[in-house]
Write a protein of this length. Structure first.
Length: 144
């Protein structure tokens, strides 16, 4: 059996939730940081209209490929059940080196406004030419 969508497995485990917070735009962001922030915002808002992907963009989550094209990644952000459990993002920090932006943030998930779990996410975005080409995500549960 080939696992192709780890996020869907996580969504099934966590159940459905509602969004309550987003990564607000920051005028201090570089253009690449603004693109990474738009992606993180879309995780919560489910509106991918401000997230530019290359046509062949990919996403790898904890070692498993979960994104295979820009259109698929956009569709997942807007309609994917794996993102419906996300209640908010907080404590976002970013660094940039060349065409790579690395983000670190806490992501809260839950059901009907009740937080179930928090994870720390470190995502590395390769953003050449003003569009996301690759995303690599590492996810670590956080105790509180």
């Amino acid at each position: 059996m080939r696992i192709t969508h780890v996020s869907a497995i996580a969504a099934t485990f966590l159940a459905l939730g509602t969004a309550t917070a987003v990564a607000e735009p920051n005028p201090a962001d570089t253009p690449r940081q603004a693109i990474a922030r738009a992606y993180i915002d879309a995780l919560v808002s489910h509106d991918a209209s401000a997230v530019p992907f290359t046509p062949d963009a990919t996403r790898v989550e904890v070692g498993f490929q979960t994104g295979y094209s820009g259109p698929q990644l956009s569709a997942d952000l807007e309609n994917g059940p794996q993102y419906r459990v996300i209640q908010g993002v907080r404590e976002l920090s970013m660094s940039e080196a060349g065409d790579t932006v690395t983000t670190r943030y806490l992501l809260d998930t839950g059901l009907a406004g009740v937080r179930l779990t928090t994870v720390e996410i470190v995502e590395t975005f390769v953003i050449p030419d003003d569009a996301i080409a690759t995303i690599e995500a590492d996810i670590t549960p956080v105790g509180y």
